[in-house]
Design a protein around this ligand. Structure first.
Ligand SMILES: [Zn+2]
Length: 438
């Protein structure tokens, strides 16, 4: 593959080896970064040379928890029965939406969601999928859709008792099939999806555990203690907490993703550290559902990642909203850029098994280029304020060394077709949801 030299760049990699470097060059070959720095000689360079005209480059960003299946929820009608608590939000909205999904609407959700990811500079996505009426092959559809955009994807399908035992059996089989199929695919990281402790019986957890532990280095992706109802359910079943229930069934491995964890205890935290699990914080979703706020101390001590839980695909905006929500509701502050630019790349390394999310030699060449012309001075001590309040969308997005967006235009995909189709599918889906309520 021809090498590519990009020069005349300002690099910002907030927690990387080079946090802030102007007049820089990057050399890329075979989808990876081979050189980063100043003073690269163009003389005798055999590959393609591109003058990036002073653009600012950031590493491709990582969304550590989302639901691409909910992409068509934007603007949907309010539910007929107004939910009064967290469990009713699931029953009245999300469990009606996922039941309404068919192959065509799922494909439209994936395409429109992944397009939005790319346009906002999110190049790695840890997804948690649910579609009880379209199970077999749903994770292939997700993996293939992500491949078409050049996005790294972690796939899983949520197991739950809420749609009956046959449905759970099929869902588990789809997870296991994907874990086998994608185990050596560098761009697809399969995990075993569980909805939440409170929708799974002890028998179901034992079945899942028996299968999970046949795989070397496998993990689950599960919502935990998003609301007190989850903890109350675990106690009613005779366990001290949700985490201790999952640990009892040997589901807490070093690749396990624990989502939310708002009501976990100090003892739970100790277990998560001992097992090497990853905690993911989703501030905008937690605020939207009014379920409480994850303690700053837990975020710090567990090096939590940052996800959006389906609320959006713009990670800089999620970081800003997280900061603002915490300012309004807590006496302690959190460096949300650290979650985004340090903890999330660490999680991607653990999930995909190679360097993702930094502008460094041997990292995957996932890069975002911005025409950033700030109204105030930007330097190595103040770029955080610019990232949170100044940056918009990238003009160019590269993944695996290939431009996917160049000068604001999608290189291979047709935006008009994707949006025309997703609008059509959204109407169909919303009608199906309304039918379930009547
Ligand atoms: Zn979620």
């Amino acid at each position: 593959m021809t090498a590519l030299l990009l020069h005349n760049l300002h690099i910002i990699d907030p927690f990387g080896e080079r946090e802030f470097l102007d007049r820089a060059s990057i050399v890329i070959q075979y989808g990876s970064i081979k050189f980063v720095g100043r003073g690269y000689s163009h003389v005798g360079f055999a590959g393609q040379i591109l003058d990036m005209q002073g653009k600012t480059v950031l590493p491709g960003m990582i969304n550590a928890h989302t639901h691409l299946y909910s992409t068509l929820a934007m603007g949907m009608p309010a539910p007929r029965n107004t939910p009064k608590n967290f469990v009713e939000i699931l029953q009245e909205i999300w469990w009606k939406l996922d039941l309404g999904l068919d192959q065509a609407s799922i494909k439209a959700s994936f395409e429109a969601g992944l397009l939005d990811c790319l346009q906002n500079g999110t190049t790695t996505v840890l997804d948690h999928h649910a579609s009880p009426n379209y199970i077999d092959g749903s994770l292939d559809l997700l993996a293939n859709s992500a491949e078409a955009f050049g996005i790294n994807i972690s796939v899983c399908l949520e197991c739950s008792d809420r749609n009956g035992t046959a449905n759970l059996k099929d869902t588990l089989a789809e997870n296991l099939r994907a874990m086998e199929k994608f185990r050596s695919n560098p761009y697809v990281a399969p995990l075993l999806g569980l909805h939440a402790s409170f929708t799974l019986s002890d028998k179901s957890l034992r079945d899942i555990s028996d299968h999970l532990n046949k795989f070397p280095d496998a993990g689950i992706h599960i919502h935990v203690a998003e609301d007190l109802a989850d903890e109350q359910d675990a106690k009613a079943r005779g366990y001290a907490s949700v985490i201790q229930r999952l640990d009892h069934f040997k589901l807490l491995t070093r690749r396990t993703l624990i989502i939310h964890g708002i009501y976990i205890t100090r003892e739970d935290r100790h277990i998560l550290l001992k097992r090497g699990c990853t905690l993911i914080h989703n501030p905008s979703s937690n605020a939207n559902n009014q379920v409480g706020i994850l303690e700053s101390e837990i975020i710090e001590s567990l090096h939590a990642g940052l996800g959006t839980d389906g609320m959006q695909n713009n990670m800089l905006r999620e970081a800003r909203e997280g900061s603002l929500i915490r300012s309004a509701t807590s006496s302690t502050q959190i460096d949300y850029l650290k979650l985004l630019f340090k903890n999330n790349p660490d999680i991607a390394v653990k999930t995909f098994g190679r360097l993702i999310g930094h502008i460094e030699e041997e990292a995957q060449a996932d890069l975002l280029f911005y025409d950033y012309d700030p109204r105030t001075e930007i330097h190595d001590q103040n770029f955080a304020g610019h990232l949170l309040y100044g940056f918009g969308k990238p003009t160019d997005v590269m993944t695996r060394g290939e431009f996917r967006i160049r000068n604001k235009a999608l290189v291979k995909m047709d935006i008009l077709r994707i949006h025309e189709n997703s609008r059509k599918q959204s109407i169909k889906l919303w009608n199906k949801m309304t039918e379930q309520s009547s």
